[in-house]
Write a protein that binds this ligand. Structure first.
Ligand code: 13P
Length: 268
């Protein structure tokens, strides 16, 4: 029982590499450095999500140890909405990802939404990934804040749209990320959110999830924060944001800084 509780409380730190780096050699170097530290940290789940083209190679390089013992899990940044293989040029199926050792997939990221992904597509991708046995890192977050708090309705709509009709039994494989678009470091006028606001929105997300999940299951759904997280801000977000982990973009490509974030999470 104690073990179960510990498992539920494990912090999850995810690195989203986005469309970086340019070469496989650089990707190997970054992954090797992160692995060194991740293999020593037992209290957190470390996930890196490189571009799909590097995953197979990194898996073999990362895992001369079995993946779980290496302490580093691999995630993809996207997946096809189609479950069965077939004539879908350019797509990668959930089954393909699963079969090369991928454990997680990011779905609903605002950068993909900006490319035209709707709640309906995201919903289909989530169901497909869950059916294949992947864990889903489902992102939601508003483009801008307003004083009347209409942005909360926006977050609710994204969450309900993405999770519409997902069977209750699958919720154990869902992680929700609150990632406000305005806080992402690649934005023109970005600024990180603050832990108090993240705490409030975490509670709002839990309330939104309540009718969708089985009694008692809510506590085991991790909620993460993403948006300009650095080694300087990670502790505050984890301590005061009511969250179980972080989704890190830019800083996950800098092994030294990402390692610091991992160490901070492991010590809490
Ligand atoms: P940054 O950490 O660079 O702001 O990126 C956040 C993000 O989009 C992670 O998915």
């Amino acid at each position: 029982m104690r073990g179960d509780i510990k498992l539920i409380m494990k912090k999850i730190i995810v690195g989203n590499w986005k469309m970086n780096p340019e070469t496989l050699e650089e990707a190997q170097d970054i992954a090797k450095e992160i692995k060194k530290i991740a293999s020593k940290l037992k209290k957190i789940e470390t996930v890196i999500c490189p571009p799909s083209i590097y995953i197979s190679n990194l898996k073999s390089k990362i895992s001369n140890l079995p993946v779980d013992e290496a302490g580093l899990k691999l995630g993809a940044q996207d997946v096809s909405a189609e479950f069965d293989t077939g004539s879908y040029t350019g797509e990668i199926s959930a089954g393909m990802l699963k079969n090369i050792g991928v454990k997680y997939v990011i779905i609903g990221h605002s950068e993909r939404r900006a490319m035209g992904e709707t709640d309906e597509i995201i919903n289909k991708k989530i169901k497909t990934a869950l059916k294949a046995g992947l864990k889903v890192i489902f992102c939601a977050g508003e483009k801008e804040r307003d004083d009347e708090e209409h942005f909360l309705d926006f977050i609710k709509k994204e969450i309900e749209g993405g999770l519409h009709g997902v069977e209750k039994k699958f919720f154990r494989n869902i992680i929700i990320v609150y990632e406000p678009v305005w806080a992402i470091s690649s934005g023109k006028k970005f600024r990180p959110d603050n832990p108090d606001s993240v705490f409030k929105i975490t509670i709002f997300i839990k309330k939104t999830l309540m009718p969708l999940v089985e009694n008692g299951a809510l506590r085991s759904i991790p909620i993460l924060y993403g948006g300009s997280v650095t080694a300087l801000t990670a502790r505050e977000f984890l301590e005061k944001g009511g969250i179980q982990g972080l989704l890190v973009g830019g800083k996950s490509l800098i092994p030294k800084e990402f390692s610091q974030i991992l160490e901070i999470a492991d010590r809490l």
